[in-house]
Structures are given as C-alpha cells and as structure tokens.
Write a protein that binds this ligand. Structure first.
Ligand SMILES: *[C@@H]1O[C@H](CO)[C@@H](O)[C@H](O)[C@H]1NC(C)=O
Length: 93
C-alpha cells in the first residue's frame, strides 16, 4: 500500500427519509474542505475529474460506458469509453 497515491473513499447512507441530506468528511475531527471540482493549471486552462459509481445492475447490463464532454463551441461531444467486459478493476477509463 502506498500513502503517496490518492485514495477514494466511499460512504453509503441507507434508509433515510426525507431526501435532504448533507454529508461531510472529517479527519481527526476536523472538517475536510470540499475539494474544488475544477482546478486551474498554471497555463490558465482547467482540469477536472469526475466519478460515477455503476450499480451492480448497471454493471450486469454490460456494454460500453462513455464519458462524454460537451462545451459551448464544440460541435460534438468529446468522449472516452470502455467496454465493461474489458474493464480492469480500477474502473479507470
Ligand atoms: C491525526 O491523528 C494522528 C494520530 O493521532 C496524528 O498522527 C496526525 O498528525 C493527525 N493529523 C492531523 C491532520 O491532525
């Protein structure tokens, strides 16, 4: 195990009602800041990383999963895709 690579944690919250809910992460009792969704690089452009958790049912359905990026001014979305059948366990596409 390396402590030098990021670690994604997951918190499942079950059986709550009504739908409103807020979840925070704390480290040693101190609230962790929300990571910015988008980061600006020194060149002035932006980077972002998005996650999606496929349910067991969605995984079972198989097929192609695609990350499609649209921006104003781009005629067609730019996309990256993978076939679930070929997916390595890290889930990175
Ligand atoms: C959190 O607690 C651990 C163990 O007590 C300590 O070694 C570490 O320095 C603490 N980290 C922060 C960010 O407070």
């Amino acid at each position: 195990m390396s402590l030098l690579i990021p670690l994604t944690l997951c918190c499942d919250v079950d059986s709550f009602y009504p739908e409103d809910l807020s979840v925070s992460w704390l480290q040693n009792s101190t609230v962790l800041p929300e990571p910015p969704v988008t980061e600006q690089s020194p060149g002035g452009t932006y980077s972002t990383r998005r996650y999606y958790t496929l349910s067991p049912r969605q995984r079972e359905q198989g097929g192609k999963v695609e990350c499609a990026v649209r921006q104003p001014g781009l005629k067609h979305p730019v996309s990256s895709s993978t076939y679930l059948e070929e997916l390595v366990p890290t889930g990175k596409i």
